[in-house]
Design a protein. Structure first.
Length: 458
């Protein structure tokens, strides 16, 4: 008799044992398929988050290599050359320096920026495009009137100021604000045209520069460089830059291109992906992916052990059957193949059944797990408090770098979809577990000769 036909008759005649094996396979298939679906859904959600956030690469001082306090600077010409890469969608200059308000204008804060600071002394941020500053991008800062600083302002003395500074000095768009260089004894000054007024809702000093937010000014980086150049000509020197890549996966290629374009000028700097917002959004996804993966492996290993035990018991109970078949001249490999066919049939049926309900069950389970993780993450974000004014946060155990990113709420939903590739993965895992669990005990029983099997019986 054909061994495949014999396998079918064997499954039908042992309905109870077949149902037990089917139930075991069904549990394994459903759990493994659920784990695969969650991993696939979280991967898709992560890629979607990357697409929404974009891929911002920061060129900043490498504190492990830089010799402080003489931090390195990079030429704006080199930054422009790097920014011209076809991999870059847009980029921004980053610089900061001091400036004095002249011509009767006064800063808002009653506290000097630092002890013995000159009167009306504050800081200005140098940019190429103010719209690319993260505070404007996420909506924390809002432009109330006028327009932003853009690349069209390169070579011009334009300025954006916070609304409190504008009200203090009765300034409006189009007015002139005279700024002096960052030198108590210096006499260099320039008239900046007020291009826009924006609002910063914060009342707390900047944790990095300890500057009162109402006194902040934003100017073209080259204008700030000219004001504080000390009479030196040449390209503007920057503290860093940011680059928005078209595709996050091209980071390595971009680093290579930047190294070729700048050469030794990048010494003391590093190019790193700004993934703080992405980590904040995808933290809950990573948690449930880890849980699903651990559960998948646990069920897979436990299922393999259970199936191995069932197969071992089945082989021992069928020793007489095997002995008779071998005595009649049946090949040993056909007996092993019969066992394999029985396993494949049960496994295929279980995987097919699991495909009908695994998607909906995984969606419900994934939403529940993710909602709990996202709620916990959001609670942690809401509980974060900045350091008190005048403090770095070290004594209070607060790291300013842990400040949550505005507008990057933890992801709390995923979309589970059953793809043929996912089903193929589960089929491969399930069949592999079943065949391994069946082949080992079957092969051990077939080491005996027919006479030994028949004389020993069960």
């Amino acid at each position: 008799m054909n061994f495949t036909k014999r396998a079918g008759l064997s499954l039908w005649s042992r309905k109870g044992k077949t149902l037990i094996m089917l139930g075991t396979f069904l549990v394994i298939s459903a759990m493994v398929l659920g784990g695969v679906l969650i991993r696939s859904a979280t991967a898709q959600a992560t890629e979607a988050a990357k697409g929404r956030l974009g891929a911002e690469v920061t060129l900043e001082v490498d504190l492990d290599e830089a010799v402080l306090p003489q931090a390195p600077l990079i030429s704006s010409d080199l930054v422009d050359k790097i920014g011209a890469s076809p991999l870059v969608e847009k980029y921004n200059h980053k610089s900061f320096d001091g400036a004095k308000l002249l011509g009767g204008a006064e800063i808002v804060s009653d506290e000097p920026l630092f002890p013995d600071a000159p009167p009306n002394y504050t800081l200005a941020l140098g940019v190429l495009d103010s719209t690319l500053l993260p505070q404007f991008s996420d909506g924390t800062w809002k432009l109330l009137s006028g327009g932003p600083i853009t690349s069209a302002d390169k070579g011009r003395d334009s300025v954006l100021i916070e609304e409190r500074l504008a009200k203090k000095n009765n300034l409006k768009v189009g007015d002139t604000l005279t700024l002096g260089e960052n030198d108590p004894k210096g006499t260099k000054k320039a008239d900046f045209t007020l291009k826009g007024v924006y609002r910063d809702p914060s009342d707390e000093p900047d944790p990095e520069y300890m500057q009162f937010p109402g006194d902040r000014m934003i100017v073209p980086a080259d204008a700030l460089g000219r004001l504080n150049s000390g009479g030196q000509d040449g390209p503007t020197q920057l503290q860093g830059a940011t680059f928005q890549l078209k595709d996050p996966t091209t980071l390595d290629a971009f680093r290579s291109q930047a190294g070729e374009a700048a050469g030794d000028a990048l010494k003391g700097f590093k190019l790193s992906m700004n993934d703080k917002a992405l980590k904040q959004m995808t933290g809950p996804l990573e948690s449930i992916t880890s849980s699903a993966t651990a559960a998948m492996w646990l069920v897979g290993v436990a299922g393999a052990l259970v199936l191995g035990l069932l197969a071992t018991l089945a082989v021992k109970q069928r020793r007489t059957e095997f002995g008779v078949l071998l005595a009649l001249g049946e090949k040993k490999w056909k007996l092993v193949a019969q066992q394999a066919v029985e396993t494949v049939v049960v496994a295929a049926l279980a995987i097919g059944l699991s495909a009908f309900f695994a998607e909906s069950l995984t969606q419900k389970a994934g939403d529940t797990l993710l909602s709990d993780e996202a709620t916990a993450a959001q609670r942690k974000i809401n509980a974060w408090q900045p350091p008190p004014p005048g403090s770095t946060g070290v004594r209070e155990g607060i790291d300013p770098n842990d400040e949550p990113v505005e507008g990057a709420d933890p992801i709390d939903t995923i979309t589970v979809r059953l793809d043929p590739a996912d089903l193929a993965t589960v089929a491969g895992i399930g069949l592999g577990i079943g065949l391994l669990a069946t082949a080992i005990p079957a092969a051990s029983a077939l080491r005996l000769n027919p006479r030994t099997i028949l004389t020993k019986g069960k």
